[in-house]
Design a protein around this ligand. Structure first.
Ligand code: ZN
Ligand code: ZN
Length: 414
């Protein structure tokens, strides 16, 4: 491990921290904040704490993780360790969220950190963690409090994205890419985000007004009709948590998204970018849907991993999300593969296999799982986004009466 200087200047760290606190979290006076981050992100974490207290935060609690310490467990821990998790910590987080603390996650770890470790130990540790985390995670996925995820350029992550650059240059290049993708490079980033949120809200309001029954995707290797769930609702940009605070859960974010109908997807589709899944790159995915279900799937690389994903459970072969992102989005323009969903899903139109979001239904937070399923909502233990958009994709909205409305032409809003 080397002791490298912060890859972002103090001015840039300050801008990023300000946008995270004011736009990402919209932290309220008196509100506590729980943040998790890799230890490499300490310069940003410190700046965020300062911005949070300036915004009137109650108590800011940072929880730092370290790649070397994670690896030490895989190298040296006794076998029984992999069936355990720090329950007490997650119980504390659940208690904090129940008491209206906001949640911030800074990501930036090596996406391939565990690729070489015993897959059995990795899956046992993940499982134990998921069980322990569940009470806290439910408060986040049910949007009980305002929360945000943002990124910091970790060294190993930077080397993965820029394998041909020397380490310091790779980190600087990733820092630059995160900065641009997160819309921090304008004269007034807080004002830019307010305008960006307004534009996303306008797109989703237009789509909600259209009440399309389906979307038709047409392009090279793609002829796909995605039926939309009954009572689906489009979302994008800032939205309101149950505690009344309007926040931006993801920085960056470029998508407007909704719920497809789990039984009404027909045709074939080709992925336009490789899918990075738990240390494996799955390339040139092509699948065919019948009655909402994937009945044929192939890939030129990582096909066995893809098949395993599809066999996860009954809902893994059906869609839980469809999202629209113009080809001109800053992340798409960067041309990079980030190996991180927070960035890669905002580079292109995408669909997700697996679990749907209840918030993408009108009055969704009051619907039971049975009601969501009756309206076409899919359920699964997985939610995996993959990219199907490019500058060659056309999308039409199909009305209940069969009418056709152009939505995208050559990858841009029509
Ligand atoms: Zn998405
Ligand atoms: Zn998704």
């Amino acid at each position: 491990m080397s002791d490298t200087p912060a890859p972002m200047s103090p001015e840039r760290l300050q801008r990023m921290a300000e946008v995270i606190v004011k736009i990402g979290l919209n932290l309220q006076a008196g509100q506590d904040l729980v943040m998790t981050a890799p230890v490499a992100a300490l310069p940003l974490v410190r700046q965020i704490a300062a911005e949070a207290y300036k915004a009137g935060a109650g108590v800011v609690t940072p929880l730092l993780g370290d790649e070397e310490i994670t690896l030490a467990r895989y190298r040296h821990a006794q076998d029984a360790s992999f069936d355990r998790a720090a329950d007490w910590l997650y119980q504390g987080m659940a208690q904090a969220f129940a008491g209206n603390a906001a949640r911030l996650a800074i990501v930036g770890d090596n996406p391939m950190l565990l690729a070489e470790q015993d897959p059995d130990k990795v899956s046992r540790a993940n499982r134990a963690n998921s069980i322990a985390y569940k009470p806290a995670l439910e408060k986040i996925s049910n949007f009980v409090v305002n929360w945000n995820i943002a990124a910091y350029p970790g060294t190993a992550w930077a080397r993965q994205v820029f394998p041909d650059l020397p380490e310091a240059e790779a980190v600087a290049a990733l820092a630059e890419a995160i900065y641009k993708a997160s819309r921090l490079d304008g004269a007034d980033p807080v004002a830019d985000w307010t305008a960006h949120n307004a534009a996303l809200r306008q797109r989703s309001a237009w789509l909600n007004g259209q009440r399309f029954a389906a979307l038709q995707f047409t392009g090279p290797g793609t002829d796909l009709r995605v039926g939309l769930a009954d009572g689906h609702e489009w979302h994008g940009g800032a939205s309101q948590a149950q505690n009344g605070v309007i926040c931006n859960p993801n920085i960056p974010t470029e998508e407007v998204f909704t719920t497809p109908h789990a039984l009404k997807v027909e045709g074939h589709v080709s992925a336009t970018k490789p899918l990075s899944h738990q240390g494996t790159l799955i390339e040139n995915i092509q699948v065919r849907f019948e009655g909402g279900q994937i009945v044929e799937a192939k890939a030129t690389r990582g096909e066995n991993v893809l098949q395993k994903v599809l066999d996860s459970d009954a809902g893994a072969r059906r869609l839980g999300e469809v999202a629209l992102v113009p080809h001109s989005s800053p992340i798409s323009a960067s041309g990079l593969l980030f190996y991180n969903t927070l960035f890669d899903e905002n580079a292109a139109c995408h669909i997700a296999l697996g679990q749907c979001y209840s918030k993408c239904f009108l009055g969704g937070d009051k619907l039971t799982p049975e009601q969501l399923a009756a309206q076409g909502g899919n359920s699964s233990v997985i939610h995996i986004d993959w990219m199907i958009g490019s500058d060659q994709i056309d999308i039409d909205g199909i009305g209940a009466d069969g009418s056709v409305t152009p939505v995208f032409r050559k990858g841009e809003w029509a």
